[in-house]
Design a binder for this molecule. Structure first.
Ligand code: GAR
Length: 221
């Protein structure tokens, strides 16, 4: 695939950036249909910034506390994304709620990873809540972002088992492993124009193999 037809992706992070790393790794495959144009963090100390720099990806720190108004913070993010010619924005552990204005301006081009099988366990502490509820499967979701938190058309989900001796840490690690597989899969589908939205639901087109859209739980892990 010629370099110049790759989808340009911008990633927003706040911390560790292990999902960012999975996207960086995926982009190293010359056949992956997307490339990273910029990584933006709202925290100067985010570990993920170093991951991006190591991969020679442009980075920018836009700290929310430097802005009196959320709209100015977001305008700066949009400016940086546009300057980097970003076509798809990926939230990867970006821990700021975005306003309707931002969400609308990136409508159908803004996706997020959430560590639960939405629509269950929106918000924080998903793994602890999953354990306390006694669910036998948890997982993660990649979804388009809408103006309500952790809502919006679901693109892909991966399920993982919840074992009876799990702690929120052990479950988080298992779910994170699944996130790392799922995010590049979703970007690939988007870049290959295999996703469309109808009545707020994601539909797939031209899927040749179910492995393109499904990850089966590995019960042994
Ligand atoms: C991931 O588990 C992601 O699903 C979660 O934060 C973690 C970031 O990890 N995101 C949310 O909870 C957003 N609602 P990472 O920085 O190592 O990618």
């Amino acid at each position: 695939m010629a370099e110049n037809i790759k989808l340009k992706v911008g990633v927003l992070i706040s911390g560790n950036g292990s999902n960012l790393q999975s996207i960086i790794d995926a982009c190293e495959d010359p056949n992956f249909p997307a490339e990273l144009s910029i990584v933006i963090s709202n925290k100067a100390e985010a570990y993920g910034l170093g991951r991006a720099k190591k991969a020679n990806i442009k980075t920018k720190v836009i700290e929310h506390q430097n802005f009196q108004h959320r709209s100015d913070f977001e305008k700066n993010i949009t400016k940086a994304l546009i300057n980097a010619n970003v076509e798809l924005v990926c939230l990867a552990g970006f821990m700021r709620i975005l306003t309707d204005t931002f969400v609308y301006s990136w409508k159908d081009r803004l996706i997020n990873v959430h560590p639960s099988l939405l629509p269950i366990f929106k918000g924080l502490n998903t793994h602890q809540r999953a354990i306390e509820c006694g669910v036998k499967f948890s997982g993660c979701t990649i979804h388009f972002v809408s103006s309500s938190m952790d809502e919006g058309p679901i693109i892909l989900q991966a399920a993982v088992p919840v074992h009876q001796n799990d702690t929120s840490k052990s479950l988080a690690e298992r779910v994170l492993d699944a996130e790392h597989k799922l995010y590049p899969m979703a970007i690939r589908l988007f870049a290959n124009k295999k996703i469309w939205i109808e009545n707020d639901l994601v539909k797939f087109t031209n899927i040749e193999d179910h492995n393109e859209i499904l990850i089966n739980p590995n019960i042994k892990n």
